[in-house]
Ligand binder design. Structure first.
Ligand code: 5GP
Length: 170
């Protein structure tokens, strides 16, 4: 179970939160829907929007571009959740200083590697790139405001929900 599952569980348990839909240049996976899972953009469109200042943060991850559009933050909500990588989180510290940045930590590097392989969504090369990126991300975990170890869905969900509930009163 990855951090996506944990965040879905958070959204179920704390009504009123909104997940910002990120933009990306990666190809949609089976079952992913444009506008729901991601805004799937061409590289040209993505770069044009970067130049126009439309992103709060953006990064290159394992060969693809990802970013949060400012329009995603304008929706009324109890709180807005960004699921982003470490490079994005570093920018958010500057662009959204009021945000709390939580690092979702895999129980071990081996666990993460096993999950990526079992998911079967990526080619072996993509998996290697993602594991390299994850190793760098793990090294940055102390930069975050909070850390939650993603060892067990129920335990981690309870911890994350309790934390976000204190930050986002109904
Ligand atoms: P995936 O391709 O598996 O959906 O996402 C790959 C990585 O990109 C994940 O670590 C995910 O958190 C990150 N990511 C997704 N959306 C964004 C975003 O809007 N900004 C940044 N900086 N990273 C993102």
């Amino acid at each position: 179970m990855g951090k996506g599952t944990l965040i879905k569980e958070l959204l179920k348990r704390l009504p009123g939160l909104q997940l910002a839909v990120s933009a990306t240049t990666r190809e949609p996976r089976d079952g992913e829907v444009n506008g729901r899972d991601y805004h799937f953009l061409s590289r040209e469109d993505f770069d044009r929007r970067v130049a126009a200042g439309e992103f709060v943060e953006h990064a290159e991850y394992a060969g693809n571009r990802y970013g949060t559009l400012r329009t995603e933050l304008a929706r009324p909500a109890r709180g807005i959740v960004l699921e982003i990588d470490v490079q994005g989180a570093r920018q958010v510290r500057e662009t959204l200083p009021e945000a709390t940045r939580i690092f979702i930590e895999p129980p071990s590097f081996e666990d993460l590697a096993r999950r990526l392989r079992q998911r079967g969504a990526d080619s072996p090369e993509q998996i290697e790139r993602r594991l390299r990126a994850a190793r760098e991300e793990l090294a940055a975990r102390d930069e975050f405001d909070r850390r939650i170890v993603n060892d067990d869905l129920e335990r981690a969900s309870r911890e994350l929900t309790a934390l976000v509930a204190t930050m986002c009163p109904p």
